[in-house]
Design a protein around this ligand. Structure first.
Ligand SMILES: Cc1ncc(C[n+]2csc(CCOP(=O)(O)OP(=O)(O)O)c2C)c(N)n1
Ligand SMILES: [Mg+2]
Length: 318
């Protein structure tokens, strides 16, 4: 296999490592009750967001879910604003009103997320329709989970996007579970790409969370989309290492075993890319990441809470 460009390895590693370490820190902080919202961690799943977002231009749009820390950060969303948001502070990316499930970054074109499964999909398609009508070559990436593919609106959105050849890359982060329900109890076949292909779009499967395969697949799809090739679909199989919601592991909860997780942990992309770097490069990245996280936590801790009258801003009724 050809060696990967060391600059690319460094870039992807930095993003993977930042997301991993930020979420590990959030998990440590969580029991203190400083974080005022539920947290759905992406630990173990980071490669999907990092690989895809590396293939995007700054102006491209990302639409994520309530499990959205990784996509928000991979697209360049501010870490201090993310942690402040989780603390419910005025400096949060949604002014402290949304919490972990509603990350947003207008500057980085991360559109507002929703806790309602599947609802970001038609909104992402709407953005792609707007770009098409404006004659712009910006693209939209829409992230969602395997459970979201069971929502009717997923299929309506595929159909509409394919019919109008809209520039949207649908990315399913298939972590094999919707809360505690495994795929085998939900789908008669796991051939998701084949189902999607019948709507008239190219589909891709990355079965092992390989961040380079995800990045290269996304880059090729996005280049075709910019040239008017219409939507594409990518399934990234990943594994959620922690509980569905919250900071802990839950291998004793009765719905899965640690044995199932072991091959995914052995294939961890953060460790894989760390091992590809020269020791001094890796140490420098790690130190930068820790300093960035320390500063972001300090920012959240010292930021003011929203003023009481902020309750009446951004509401429909006066
Ligand atoms: C429309 C809707 N139905 C049910 C729920 C409850 N719910 C929250 S997360 C979730 C699981 C979704 O699984 P998946 O799409 O695979 O995403 P994951 O949490 O695995 O990232 C469900 C059913 C919801 N939030 N919205
Ligand atoms: Mg899932």
């Amino acid at each position: 296999m050809a060696a990967h460009d060391p600059r690319l390895v460094r870039t992807l590693y930095r993003s993977l490592r930042l997301i991993r370490r930020a979420e590990e820190r959030l998990a440590e902080i969580y029991p203190s009750d400083k974080i005022k919202s539920p947290v759905h961690l992406s630990i173990g799943q980071e490669a999907a967001s990092v690989g895809v977002c590396d293939a995007l231009e700054p102006d491209d749009v990302v639409s994520a879910t309530y499990r959205g820390h990784a996509a928000y950060l991979a697209k360049g969303g501010s870490l201090p604003a993310m942690i402040a948001e989780m603390y419910g502070k005025a400096t949060g990316c949604a002014a402290g009103k949304g919490g972990s499930m509603h990350l947003v970054s207008a500057e980085r074109h991360v559109i507002g997320a929703s806790a309602v499964v599947g609802t970001n999909i038609p909104i992402a398609v709407g953005h792609a329709l707007a770009f098409r009508r404006q004659g712009r070559d910006r693209v939209v990436v829409c992230f969602f989970g395997d459970g979201a593919t069971e929502e009717g609106v997923f299929y309506e959105s595929l159909n509409f996007a394919a019919l109008h050849r809209l520039p949207v890359l649908f990315v399913c982060e298939n972590n094999h579970y919707a809360i505690h329900e495994p795929l085998a109890k939900r789908w008669a076949t796991d051939r998701l790409g084949e189902r999607v292909a019948t709507y008239g779009m190219k589909t891709h499967l990355v079965p092992d969370a390989d961040v380079f395969a995800i990045r290269d697949g996304a880059a090729a799809a996005i280049a075709r989309m910019r040239a008017g090739g219409g939507p594409e679909f990518m399934e990234c199989r990943v594994y959620r290492w922690r509980e569905h919601v919250g900071p802990n592991e839950d291998y004793d909860a009765g719905y899965r075993s640690r044995d199932e997780a072991v091959p995914w942990m052995d294939g961890d992309q953060v460790a894989r890319l760390a091992a590809m770097l020269e020791a001094d490069v890796r140490a420098a990245v790690d130190a930068e990441v820790e300093a960035e996280i320390d500063a972001a936590v300090a920012f959240a801790e010292t930021s003011p809470p929203p003023a009481p009258d902020a309750l009446f801003a951004h509401v429909f009724a006066g």
